[in-house]
Design a protein around this ligand. Structure first.
Ligand SMILES: Nc1nc2c(ncn2[C@@H]2O[C@@H]3COP(=O)(O)O[C@H]4[C@@H](O)[C@H](n5cnc6c(=O)[nH]c(N)nc65)O[C@@H]4COP(=O)(O)O[C@H]3[C@H]2O)c(=O)[nH]1
Length: 527
């Protein structure tokens, strides 16, 4: 029941953790795509404005070329002059009319012919160079237009009338459908000289006068969000191309892409939830399997004798765990103890192991009250009150009770020292297992209540061999003597090792030279 609750809360946790991770990653991805897309959309809007500008500039350049050449036009408006002007108008679809204006401001002739009565317009500007004025309604065609003009050396003005509709047609502006508007405007006032679409300007933003390319994004006076790009003409002063596009969907990727992104997001979310749940289940299942094994009594103890080398008598045992797996057969602790230590099942395992040992060893203790019983313990177990209670229970039966810890376990928690003192006060002996393999300093040997050191098998194995371990064994033995610690040699496999150790004063041995780990009936026979 507890496990089901655990798995349910874990699933909820995994659901939210996955959501957070995926949202974060996809949020970043979406922002990146949004910014990229917006920048490329802006670049494309700018590209359209540049294209309109280049097209229009080339048309205006042609007109300007004609106006420059008109220095040589005969201002008496001879037939040749009129013919010359007409030819140009016929060749240039954007131009509807060429006119000649006297220095007093009278239009005396145009490409349609000589005016019987000159029409007063306005005095030409004295300033030389190309200029424009407009927008105007052309006198003859009555259509919106603007004028390009140049003043000659003699003060006459030659001008060209460009109807805006004609320009729209020649530039094919209708192909820029995605733009809200394309306009050519006066850079001083912002008044459009011609316009395709719905012209509007940003609110709370002074755009004109302007002298260089500008881009603006914001709320416009038609209450929409727009992106505006303005680029002045190079060849005609005070004229600029302006294009505007709705900014509402400017950064929005193609809906198909959005759909793909959303599907990917959902898939990653679901995938991550499944992976985390699977991982949880794996953790859960290793614990569940071991708990089931305890419940089904598949775990059992073996006992490896500790032998007095002087009289060859068994003075006690180290209790070691085994699992009789229904499929895998007998499994050693290496297969399940590390996992049990990770997920905490070592507690249930160790409580069960003491119960088993109590049951198995009670008859032996009846004959030998001082029979030594040694358990493997770790730092985590010492922090569990239920385990300490169980040790106390065991101590009531096992008079000579030892717990084996590694250096790492002893030093893992500050509280351990106090707990060890309490256990020593109860009469429990503390041993350091695999002694010599840790990398910590040895000061703890004096500050902790440690009675016994178990020399690691690797040092015992070095006996008779000339390797790096050999001098360490002797050093450990000497140090134990000086510090007044008892010693047990682990992994004694040969008579040579046993003799050497005995000669050096190490009397209690454990190893295959004497006995392997025995099941309880084998132990009873050996005793
Ligand atoms: N090659 C060789 N090996 C020898 C010889 N004599 C004894 N051994 C093996 O050395 C290990 C001694 O136990 P350990 O150092 O406490 O090392 C133990 C201990 O750290 C852990 N362990 C075993 N049982 C328990 C347990 O019930 N609880 C906990 N917490 N750990 C356990 O697993 C480790 C391995 O245990 P085991 O596989 O039973 O392996 C045992 C034993 O079978 C020998 O002469 N030659």
């Amino acid at each position: 029941m507890r496990q089901r609750k655990h798995s349910w809360t874990n699933s909820i946790k995994n659901f939210f953790v996955s959501w957070l991770i995926c949202s974060f990653i996809f949020g970043l991805l979406f922002t990146f795509i949004y910014i990229q897309h917006k920048e490329s959309e802006k670049a494309s809007v700018q590209g359209m404005a540049e294209r309109v500008l280049v097209d229009l500039e080339s048309q205006l350049d042609t007109v300007d070329d004609f106006l420059r050449q008109s220095e040589s036009i005969d201002t008496r408006c001879t037939d040749d002059t009129v013919r010359h002007m007409r030819q140009f108008v016929f060749k240039n679809p954007a131009v509807s009319e060429i006119g000649v204006v006297t220095p007093r401001g009278d239009l005396i002739c145009n490409s349609f012919g000589v005016l019987s009565k000159p029409m007063y317009l306005s005095e030409p500007l004295k300033k030389r160079g190309l200029r424009y004025h407009g927008p105007i309604i052309s006198e003859f065609l009555q259509v919106p237009a603007f004028v390009l003009a140049r003043t000659r050396h003699d003060g006459f003005e030659v001008n060209a009338l460009l109807p805006t509709d004609w320009i729209n047609d020649t530039l094919h502006l209708r192909k820029y459908k995605e733009l809200d508007f394309v306009a050519v405007v006066d850079t001083e006032t912002g008044v459009p000289v011609f316009l395709q679409g719905q012209y509007s300007l940003p609110l709370n933003h002074t755009v004109f006068p302007l002298s260089r390319s500008t881009e603006i994004e914001g709320r416009f006076d038609d209450q929409t969000q727009k992106y505006l790009y303005i680029k002045p003409f190079k060849n005609v002063p005070r004229l600029a191309v302006v294009v505007g596009k709705s900014a509402k969907y400017l950064g929005m990727p193609n809906p198909l892409w959005l759909l793909v992104l959303c599907l990917l997001y959902l898939a990653s979310w679901v995938g991550l939830v499944l992976v985390l749940n699977h991982y949880d289940k794996r953790l859960l299942s290793s614990r569940t399997l071991l708990l089931d094994a305890i419940y089904r009594s598949e775990l059992f103890n073996v006992y490896q004798p500790l032998v007095n080398a002087q009289n060859q008598k068994i003075k006690g045992v180290e209790v070691l765990i085994r699992w009789m797996h229904p499929l895998e057969g007998e499994l050693g602790p290496a297969y399940f103890v590390p996992e049990a230590e990770r997920d905490g099942t070592i507690l249930e395992l160790s409580l069960y192991q003491i119960d088993l040992a109590l049951r198995d060893l009670k008859p032996i203790l009846a004959n030998n009250n001082n029979f030594k019983v040694s358990f493997n313990v770790n730092g985590f177990l010492l922090m569990c009150p239920s385990y300490i209670r169980k040790l106390c229970e065991a101590k009531a039966v096992f008079n000579n009770l030892t717990i084996e810890l590694t250096e790492r376990d002893v030093l893992s928690e500050a509280k351990i020292k106090l707990i060890l003192k309490e256990l020593v006060d109860l009469g429990i002996e503390i041993a350091i297992d695999d002694f010599g393999t840790g990398y910590s300093g040895l000061q703890y040997l004096q500050s902790f209540p440690i009675d016994l050191l178990k020399i690691d098998q690797s040092f015992v194995a070095s006996i008779g061999l000339d390797n790096l371990q050999s001098p360490v064994l002797n050093a450990v033995i000497e140090m134990a003597e000086k510090l007044d610690k008892k010693l047990i040699a682990e992994g004694v496999e040969t008579a040579q090792q046993a003799d050497y150790l005995f000669d050096r004063g190490v009397v209690v041995h454990q190893g295959w030279h004497y006995y392997k780990a025995l099941n309880i009936s084998e132990l009873k026979r050996a005793l």
